[in-house]
Design a binder for this molecule. Sequence first.
Ligand code: ZN
Length: 397
Amino acid sequence: MATNWHRRDVMTMAGAAALVGIDGHALAATPPDLVIKGGRVIDPSRKIDATLDIAVSRGRIIALRPSIAPGKAKTLDTTGKIVVPGLIDIHTHATVDPTSSALMLADGVTGWIETGWQGAETVESGVAAVKASPQKAALLLNIGRKGVMIGTGETMDLSLADVPAARAAIAAHRDVVVGVKARLSRNITGDHDLEVLRRAQEATRPFGIPLMIHIGQTYTPAGKLFELLKPGDIVTHMFAPPPNAIIDADGKLIPEALSARQRGILFDWGHGTRGHITWDVVDRCVQQGFLPDTLSTDWTLGGAKLDINMPTIMSDMLSFGVPLDQVVAMATINAARAFPLFKGRGTLAPGAVADIAVLELRDGIFDLIDNANGKRPATQKLFATATVLGGKLASPV
Ligand SMILES: [Zn+2]
């Protein structure tokens, strides 16, 4: 379906120009060091969709206007491109391989969360990778003490879901650990997913931080799991296929998903490569108006080779007829609001850190892939063409 460019709640260019400029005097007093020129600027945090120039100085956005003279500033020509806040990917495993953050930066990603590769015993390696990242980053601690255990399942042995160990690791790394992760599929937790979830929630309690649960092929129905979540918690792999999905055997959205959303629980895409998403589940949820709050890749190097990256996930969502500004919101401001770490990010407001992604919406014939060899033909796809991180052109370099 074609995207509707002309939604009524999106500002016209004239309206945007009136509201987003700072006064000429201030712009003259603070000469920009970078001017991003001629792009279609979409910033859902302020309902802007207009052709504007963006002035950047000393790492911050200072003005958005229909035309800004660059003077001595460097310019980035974005004519024909889409300029959005830097993308924020809240479900990644970017700490596993040191090349990840640079690859993600080339995809327009200026902020990311490692979601649970490490547990209390292995947290140091994740902390080091987060601290080495050029982007704003943080991690969620796996409730399984040893972190992800491929093949075995990190909480199959319930004693590994260790609340005191998790709390100690969080307390030791409050600057980097911003939440807890519990992977609840049956091949990871066996039949004790509810107890693992209870313990993960226990671990968050002294710190008031969110819990992210991974659903899909759980022992317990998803609706029962949701009852143990608090506002601000996140359900990832929201489009995982049955059994125990957010749709029932007839394809109907379970009422517990709606009531969880009403209580302030967030629903995240979490693409991944195996068992986490099928186009049929997405289609049924979209038809029933149940869209993601956030888009995420579940980034791995293997996934990246299969074209699992943020612009592709955004293209997936577009292919279901969701308007572009709404898709951009899911990858920027909504993600920023999920974690206090990203306060002031996900926006192009003057004064904000200049994290900016330049995307190109190309026409063509593209196959979008789910996790079950499902191919979804699309006529448009987004590609990242440039990334500005903290006011500096970080990609292409
Ligand atoms: Zn994951």
